[in-house]
Design a protein around this ligand. Structure first.
Ligand code: ZN
Length: 481
């Protein structure tokens, strides 16, 4: 890769009167571009000025003047910057200061935070907004909007305080008003909400043009939640309970368990309900019921963020791999050591039969959803369960392809779809003239093997170029903390 900073006129080819001149620009020459709209296009010249893509054309002569950079893209591939559409800055607060660099170094130029204390996540959003060239774009939901008893209540280290406990409809409405004023980008509804609370949240969110994502509340079925205004679902959560032949019976039992369990800890009650119903629901998965549910999700545009990285993590176990464990060196020392020890002890136990069945169900459901034309976004749930921020997004892409989506469809799930979700498709998500220059330059073709998204030569964030040596410096900085 040549990467020359030029301070005088550079004439790439023999001079000619109609050669266009670009000042203080970056030209990636003779590159293959890939995006969800145009697919793969060879022999392109991409010119970046300030923070935008100002020209894309078949490779031809251009003049670069002033402080310009020329990149020979021969044999390389340019894709839009990647999104991780499900992350938590607040899950391990001590890791949050490393997360911007981890994301950028892995080509993740935008993230969607799906739950954490509002003061904490807003701080990271504000920091990212203030320095867009050195941080990923950050979209936040604020806290999980949960009912009573709430799940993430701080009662154990694995359930830090990520949620607020809303005791009635009025408190749910007030909380949405408050979060909207603070400036959240979406809302996250959680599992213990009552149907009345959920509907009130969805209604007010619509008035405020905020999307509602979430876990389908245990007190509801998927069709009712989607019809009430659920814009997207995380982890396919509780979908199995609504696609079983006896879904009505399961819902009635859940309502009873919720009523009886009011005095339990939220996390305990939730896992009791999951263990009481998940296996049976998967065993009774009904193709006709599933078809009906998925048709409603497609019609209502209730998108899915399957987060296979975490949901099939117990069976797929990337954290057992050497390359994965090597990534723990980029975490603050104490966290890296904890993850390393934790991953080793999990590896000693084989996955349970139930986990294997659940993973298989997840993979099949991703393919069914995709075939039913339900849109999908790529998200991981990092940094939970040894999911190294940035690296884990590439694992998610691999898992989505493994589940049956094509590499181009998976790239769409990590680029154009999140842009559309946040109504930003005229700014990011494609390699196209006029778009913001959030881009990743790869050394190999991701359409031939999705694993090639890890072969990163350069990253552009808001027009700023991080070449290979800049990215290595980021990794060095992360290793020495
Ligand atoms: Zn999450």
């Amino acid at each position: 890769m040549r990467d020359l900073h030029l301070f005088f006129i550079l004439i790439l080819f023999a001079s000619c009167s109609d050669i266009e001149t670009f000042e203080n620009s970056t030209c990636i020459n003779n590159i293959t571009t890939i995006d969800a709209e145009s697919g793969l296009k060879e022999n392109q010249s991409v010119i970046i000025q300030d923070n935008k893509i100002v020209r894309i054309q078949e490779t031809k002569k251009v003049n670069l003047t002033g402080n310009s950079t020329f990149i020979d893209g021969t044999g390389k591939y340019l894709i839009p910057g990647l999104w991780d559409a499900h992350i938590h800055f607040a899950y391990i607060e001590g890791l949050a200061p490393s997360m911007f660099d981890l994301f950028l170094a892995h080509g993740v130029t935008s993230v969607r935070d799906t739950g954490g204390k509002i003061g904490f996540v807003k701080k990271w959003k504000d920091q990212a907004d203030a320095d867009p060239k050195n941080a990923p774009r950050v979209k936040i939901a604020g806290p999980l909007l949960d009912g009573t008893p709430n799940v993430y209540d701080g009662s154990t280290p694995s359930r830090p305080v990520l949620s607020v406990e809303l005791t009635d409809v009025e408190s749910a409405i007030n909380k949405v008003e408050e979060l909207d004023k603070i400036g959240v980008d979406l809302l996250k509804a959680y599992e213990m909400l009552s149907p009345e609370q959920f509907s009130a949240i969805a209604k007010i969110a619509k008035e405020k043009n905020l999307k509602v994502t979430g876990h389908v509340p245990l007190s509801m079925d998927v069709i009712s939640a989607s019809n009430a205004g659920l814009n997207s679902m995380e982890h396919l959560r509780n979908l199995e309970m609504s696609t079983a032949s006896n879904w009505e019976e399961l819902l009635a039992i859940r309502k009873k368990l919720l009523k009886e369990g009011k005095l339990k800890e939220g996390g305990v009650l939730r896992s009791n309900i999951h263990s009481a119903q998940r296996r049976e629901a998967i065993e009774k998965a009904d193709p006709e019921v599933t078809k009906k549910v998925l048709a409603v999700l497609a019609k209502n545009q209730t998108w899915q963020i399957p987060t296979l990285s975490i949901m099939t993590g117990a069976t797929h176990r990337p954290f057992g791999r050497e390359d994965w464990q090597a990534s723990f060196a980029y975490l603050p020392d104490s966290i890296g050591q904890q993850w390393s020890d934790g991953a080793k002890s999990v590896m000693k136990l084989p996955p349970t039969e139930d986990r294997i069945k659940y993973s298989n169900w997840m993979n099949k459901m991703v393919k069914d959803l995709h075939d039913a034309k339900v849109e999908i976004m790529a998200g991981t749930d990092c940094p939970i369960f040894f999911l190294t921020p940035g690296l884990s997004l590439h694992e998610e892409l691999f898992l989505l392809v493994k589940a049956g989506m094509s590499p181009l469809e998976v790239l769409k799930a990590a680029t154009l779809n999140p842009a559309i979700y946040f109504e930003m498709e005229d700014q990011i998500g494609l390699v196209k003239e006029g778009m913001l220059a959030d881009l990743v330059l790869l050394n190999d073709n991701p359409l031939e093997d999705i694993r090639n998204t890890t072969k990163i030569e350069s990253v552009f964030k808001d027009g700023k170029l991080f070449n290979r040596s800049d990215l290595d410096k980021l990794f060095n900085k992360l290793s020495n903390q």
